[in-house]
Ligand binder design. Structure first.
Ligand SMILES: [Zn+2]
Length: 460
């Protein structure tokens, strides 16, 4: 007998929407269609609801449990669940609590991440490694990393732990040859370092100079270079947190030539603009200090167009669970020392739905594509990302007509603020299932610490 049927809702996939019931057995979807799953052991009424695949958030910086915050990885996984995200990928860069030993070797870092997150998560999760200049020989470790179920890794073109162009090319080549995909943070170190030096020499240390020293052209130039290096390596490349029209044009040009170039954007760039940096109060400005920085309204509009038209492949949160008094260190330190990041693991679906389909900027089907299907496909999460037979029953019952105001007091993440305080969004997550098990129902957490499994991935 079927375990469960979710009945009466509107099932949304990347290619269409229809009234359909969803039958679930052993945690997998076994049938989708009207009247399937008759006589199931359990029935969930989804009348009036959209039945969406859980969001797959491929860009988070969740932090490992630590003595002073033993629950932080778990808290962010619960936050993901409340937000309708049933799978997330985490980076294990040093700021996330990885030990010195884990920081010095990709493989040691992977083993440490797995050991310290075992039994911690409420939803499924995986790892994307981070290649830094501090590691002894990360490029040599890539083949074994890929073979161990971690086929994606991020490298930086900026910051003191960046890779040189030569090493970036080598990393792209090894990833391409061994079935991996490199994720690249594209900003020009040459441009930014010189602008930062000028600002500091002039005594301009306030928060807003973070953005002023990271112009859009510095991102566009690095994006162009990363694409050229990927071409030279005969490899695919994935550009993280694309924020501006000029970088998008580089991606669109590469895609038009048929090159395997993929790009994500993130909710801050779809929801906010650089007017935030004009606030008088430094404590306000610091909440929006992220890299790349917030851009102009014209850039924001261009990103929405790119998402709709396909120049951008997906949206991920770039969640950084900073706290104002701790990592953000209010009152503000000189801008080069400010932690660059903002929380967002819980607000991803809410913002993309509220500003996307609910505002007429994209279809529901495209939303499911950019939040679930494409991230699952590009990142080797083959059982995730779609309400179809054979996939994991990671389902979100979403009320498209409810309205919700985002407030820190209503969120579950380990951060102590949200950049979206007071944003009113149409649509609300009502219930969330992970492999057929209830994690959230009507605003109550029904899940379990450790119910989420580490997913070993293989790219297509
Ligand atoms: Zn990031």
């Amino acid at each position: 007998m079927t375990d469960l049927v979710v009945s009466g809702g509107t099932v949304v996939t990347a290619t269409g929407s229809s009234r359909a019931d969803v039958a679930v057995d052993g945690g997998r979807i076994t049938a989708v269609g009207e009247g399937v799953g008759q006589g199931a052991h359990e029935r969930i009424d989804a009348t009036g609801m959209l039945v969406l695949p859980g969001a797959v958030d491929v860009h988070t910086h969740t932090r490992l449990p630590s003595p002073d915050q033993p629950d932080r990885f778990f808290a962010d996984s619960v936050a993901a669940a409340f937000g309708g995200t049933t799978t997330f990928l985490s980076f294990n860069n040093p700021g996330t609590g990885i030990s010195d030993e884990g920081s010095q070797s990709l493989l040691a870092g992977m083993r440490e991440f797995r050991a310290r997150t075992e039994g911690e998560s409420a939803v499924d999760f995986g790892l994307s490694a981070v290649i830094t200049g501090q590691q002894a020989d990360p490029i040599a470790e890539l083949p074994e990393l890929i073979a161990s179920g971690v086929p994606t890794a991020k490298a930086f073109m900026v910051y003191d732990f960046r890779l040189s162009d030569e090493r970036l090319l080598a990393a792209l080549r090894v990833m391409g040859r061994h079935g991996g995909m490199l994720q690249v943070h594209c900003e020009s170190a040459t441009v930014i370092d010189s602008l930062v030096a000028d600002a500091l020499a002039a005594g301009n240390v306030s928060c807003r100079h973070h953005a002023l020293t990271r112009p859009a052209y510095a991102e566009a130039e690095a994006t162009h270079r990363a694409i050229a290096l990927a071409r030279a390596a005969d490899a695919s490349v994935y550009l993280v947190h694309l924020s501006c029209a000029d970088a998008l044009a580089e991606v669109a040009a590469a895609k038009a030539r048929g090159w395997p170039v993929y790009a994500e954007t993130c909710p801050p760039y779809l929801a906010l603009t650089d007017t935030r940096y004009a606030a008088e109060d430094e404590a306000e400005v610091i909440r929006s200090v992220i890299s790349p920085p917030l851009r102009s309204e014209a850039d924001r509009q261009a990103l929405w167009l790119g998402l709709r038209a396909g120049g951008l492949d997906l949206v991920a949160s770039d969640h950084v669970p900073d706290r104002l008094a701790v990592e953000k260190a209010i009152p503000a330190p000189p801008f080069p020392q400010i932690s660059n990041g903002a929380p967002g693991i819980e607000t991803l679906l809410s913002l993309v739905h509220g500003l996307g389909p609910a505002a007429g900027r994209m279809t529901l089907e495209r939303m499911v594509d950019v939040l679930s299907r494409t991230p699952a496909r590009l990142f080797g999460l083959t059982n995730k990302g779609s309400v179809e037979v054979g996939r994991d029953a990671d389902l979100v019952l979403f009320d498209p007509d409810a309205s919700r105001t985002l407030r820190q007091t209503g969120l579950h993440h380990s951060s102590d603020f949200t950049p979206y305080e007071g944003f009113s969004m149409r649509g609300a997550v009502q219930s969330v299932l992970l492999r057929g098990q209830a994690v959230v129902r009507d605003g109550t957490f029904l899940g379990r610490r450790g119910a989420g499994q580490f997913v070993e991935r293989v790219l297509d």
